[in-house]
Design a protein around this ligand. Structure first.
Ligand code: TNX
Length: 519
């Protein structure tokens, strides 16, 4: 049994200030009351009902156990105050996002059993406490690659809940890559009829997100205070889309869709007006579906060899008076960026986008090339830190010989990334000079799924995402891995109750060579 005092001492991510008085409060089935934050209150009621298996009411403050949610001028939209006292609990925030973060904290004050449907019981003993909290960074993201492996809508909905429980607030949805295009686009039906599927060793793998699926995911995320940023790669990582529409490729033909990872040579032909029109059409439908101000346009790993030999691309370079193929990529990016900007949207791109100069208002997501990060910062662009050596959760947790020796595709480019290394990462003062810290919007961990079909995603993410939630949310003062590890021990009970099985030491990994033999 965990005591209420242990629970309040084991919140992840660590709040800014926690004051306790060593007393507890016995909460009977509470009444949830709010004047301003109805949707958040409903969500809390749903959680309490699921946890306890009994109906919980919204209503007037009357009983001896209340949970009250009030509007209050705290420091920022995500900031909140939470008190547990002799009459119940009180949440104060100025915005629904702050209420969402407070609920995540309040849930952790309940015994771990409450995180399992039907696992909790009233009355329940809660620690009396006073918590003031606000995030370090406004952007605390997770990239989920649903292209290399398809993930179901239900899986994503649950993952959003797990993100909210850790106060993560950006779901970066990687929907397009060489191995599949996953987003329904009405004007290009072959994207989901052809480009969402592959056959390997006689087995068909794939799936796509219909517009209604997207709307469900965006709505659920919004209810949790999570933004959804779609990524539509431009002009590279396009082999799947080009299988559906090969005439957009420089040579008019491309290799079949297969689980061969890495960088593919065929990208959209930049000399073809139809390629640009394709992206404009796609963006129009993307803009309709995703309310967030940002659209990620990739821009990474786009080899330009085909453009060098393509008469149409060369004609475009000549007509526009461009210096080379790199300038052609910059031009193409700008065409699409101005198109979305006219519709009120801004773009995010990977490091490589910086080589051609970043469009105004755009954000750089840093994964690998430090000179690009430095360049973006020098030009006062905002940046998101996803540096691969610390935040790529497709990398193995340990130097597990059973993974490393067998897995030739993976050996060279995926160094081991353990929990302590993640927790010890701070981009400020290392990657970014302290005087430019204000340009760091936040951090995002990535789950590229070449080696992680859905059933392995939890194992790759947890518990490393707990560490990221803390380095991105909590103040870096007094950070100690030993102390975090103690809190994590208890936190693992919460995860277990949520049905999440985290990584727990090396295990025999799937034999990828057998599953995906090198062609
Ligand atoms: C690099 S990060 C990629 C992805 C891969 C990942 C594997 C980036 C912009 N491109 O396409 O999935 O490495 O770790």
């Amino acid at each position: 049994m965990t005591s209420p005092h242990q629970l309040v001492a084991a919140i992840i991510p660590q709040p800014l200030r926690v004051t306790t008085i060593g007393r507890t409060f016995l909460m009977r089935k509470p009444v949830v009351y709010t004047e301003d934050f109805g949707a958040a209150a409903d969500r809390l009621v749903t959680w309490l009902q699921r946890a306890s298996g009994t109906p919980v009411q919204r209503g007037r403050v009357s009983t001896s156990s209340n949970i009250v949610i009030e509007r209050h001028p705290v420091a920022s939209d995500e900031a909140y105050e939470l008190a547990v006292y002799e009459g119940g609990a009180r949440i104060r925030a100025r915005h629904p996002d702050g209420v969402s973060r407070a609920i995540a904290t309040l849930q952790q004050l309940f015994p771990p059993a409450f995180h399992q449907p039907g696992g909790g019981k009233f009355p329940v003993e809660l620690p009396q406490c006073w918590i003031e909290d606000q995030p370090r960074f406004p952007w605390r993201g997770l990239l989920l690659d649903c292209s290399r492996h398809f993930m179901t809508v239900d899986y994503i909905l649950d993952l959003l809940d797990a993100m909210a429980a850790h106060k993560m607030n950006v779901f970066h949805w990687h929907l397009v890559d060489d191995q599949a295009w996953r987003l329904q686009i009405d004007r290009y039906p072959l994207l989901t009829e052809v480009a969402a599927w592959r056959v390997h060793n006689g087995v068909r793998h794939g799936g796509f997100y219909a517009k209604d699926d997207v709307r469900r995911i965006v709505a659920h995320a919004a209810s949790l205070g999570i933004r959804v940023v779609p990524e539509i790669e431009l002009p590279g990582h396009a082999n799947a889309a080009l299988n559906a529409y090969p005439h957009f490729a420089c040579r008019g033909e491309v290799p079949p869709i297969e689980p061969r990872w890495g960088v593919y040579p065929d990208i959209f032909c930049a000399g073809l007006d139809d390629s640009l029109q394709f992206y404009r059409d796609v963006m129009e439908e993307v803009i309709e579906l995703f309310p967030d101000r940002f659209i990620h346009i990739g821009g990474d790993e786009a080899p330009r060899d085909r453009w060098k030999e393509c008469p149409r691309c060369q004609a475009r370079i000549a007509a526009l008076g461009l210096k080379d193929e790199a300038a052609l990529q910059t031009w193409m990016t700008r065409e699409i960026q101005t198109f979305v900007a006219a519709r009120g949207k801004a773009i995010i791109g990977w490091d490589e986008l910086q080589y051609g100069g970043l469009p105004p208002d755009s954000i750089l997501q840093h994964w690998r090339y430090e000179e690009c990060l430095a360049g973006a910062i020098a030009e006062n662009h905002q940046v998101i830190i996803s540096q691969n050596r610390h935040l790529y959760f497709d990398y193995p947790h340990d130097k597990d010989p059973r993974v490393h020796s067998r897995d030739t595709q993976r050996n060279d480019w995926m160094p081991a990334l353990g929990l302590e290394k993640v927790y010890g990462f701070d981009p400020i003062g290392t990657l970014v000079p302290a005087e430019k810290a204000n340009l760091v919007l936040g951090m995002e961990c990535t789950l590229w799924s070449e080696f992680a079909p859905q059933e392995l995603v939890h194992r790759q993410l947890f518990p490393r995402i707990c560490a990221v939630s803390e380095i991105a949310w909590s103040s870096p003062r007094d950070r100690s891995f030993a102390e975090f590890s103690k809190r994590l021990d208890l936190h693992l009970l919460r995860l277990k109750a949520m049905g999440i099985t985290p990584y727990d030491g090396p295990m025999a990994s799937p034999d990828w060579q057998q599953i995906y033999p090198t062609p």
